[in-house]
Design a protein around this ligand. Structure first.
Ligand code: CAA
Length: 258
């Protein structure tokens, strides 16, 4: 694959957007490669994904401006749908995805990080939605996910002003969970992913679904969703093993995803 690499380390998959000459900007080919990689992830064997960008400067510097510059209205809408469909696939993948944001996360770069479950970044990271300065709106979910993550007031300020923010501000407003040095970022992402991977996969998957789906509905509906996903864990091998280990005062032998 030309622009996206996929490696597996133990039970953790690492997806790297690899177009460093253009600061990993998302053109149609990068999006197609990403789609193919996401489709190829074996979510029974791999228990957590890390998404990052190649090089030391940029996570993803946005959608490709050169490619977008000549689009018609209909082509623009189709390009938005292409990105949105892929990012939604990432967001609803049945395993957690950690964005290890290693530099610029602008426009589509900020947007893809927000489709991940968790964002951590390096101290040189820069986040922003610069689209209105280019004469467009955010088009890969930014108007929706930024408002949900940091609240509508802060999202509107960032989007209307097109002002980029540094890692410390991203941490302060809750856009990222933690900031590391560039050297520490990937080890920290891998450590977090391994910590997730050692837990019961059916339970982790159901937690992701409960949180994501619950946020879309009323609290009355959301708690019913939770009850069903809670109930779904019972009678599984992993539930029996997890609870037996506690009661027998021993460590879990292994969670087997069944
Ligand atoms: N699209 C296409 N090419 C891009 C790009 C992008 N989004 N971002 C960077 N590049 C390219 C540059 O054109 C340049 O290529 P050349 O060497 O061939 O000239 C190369 O990457 C390196 O970039 P710079 O020389 O500009 O590097 P810099 O360090 O001076 O600046 C930067 C870095 C501040 C990130 C700057 O590149 C920049 O502002 N990039 C655009 C960021 C942006 O506006 N992103 C939003 C795009 S719109 C969008 O994403 C819409 C959506 O919601 C779907």
């Amino acid at each position: 694959m030309e622009f996206v690499t996929y490696e597996i380390e133990g039970q953790v998959g690492i997806v790297t957007i690899n177009r460093p000459k253009a600061l990993n900007a998302l053109n149609s080919q990068v999006l197609d490669d990403l789609n193919e990689v996401i489709d190829s992830v074996d979510t029974d064997a791999v228990r957590c994904l890390i998404l990052t960008g190649a090089g030391e400067k940029s996570f993803v510097a946005g959608a490709d401006i050169g490619e977008m510059s000549t689009l018609t209205k209909a082509e623009g809408e189709a390009f938005g749908k292409k990105g949105n469909d892929i990012f939604r696939k990432l967001e609803t993948l049945p395993i957690p995805v950690i964005a290890a944001v290693n530099g610029f996360a602008l426009g589509g770069g900020c947007e893809i990080s927000m489709s991940c479950d968790i964002r951590i970044c390096s101290d040189n990271a820069v986040f922003g939605q610069p689209e209105v300065g280019l004469g467009i709106t955010p088009g890969f979910g930014g108007t929706q996910r930024l408002a949900r993550l940091v609240g509508p007031g802060m999202a509107k300020q960032m989007i209307y002003t097109a002002r980029n923010i540094k890692s410390d501000e991203a941490l302060r407003i809750g856009l990222v969970n933690a900031v590391y040095t560039q050297e520490e970022l990937m080890p920290a992402a891998k450590k977090m992913a391994a910590g997730i991977a050692k837990n019961a996969p059916i339970a982790v998957r159901n937690c992701k679904k409960a949180i994501n789906d619950g946020l879309e509905v009323t609290m009355d509906e959301a708690i019913v969703l939770e009850e069903k996903l809670f109930g779904d864990c019972f009678e599984s091998y992993d539930q029996k093993e997890g609870m037996a280990a506690f009661l027998e005062k021993r460590k879990v032998e292994a969670f087997l995803n069944k």
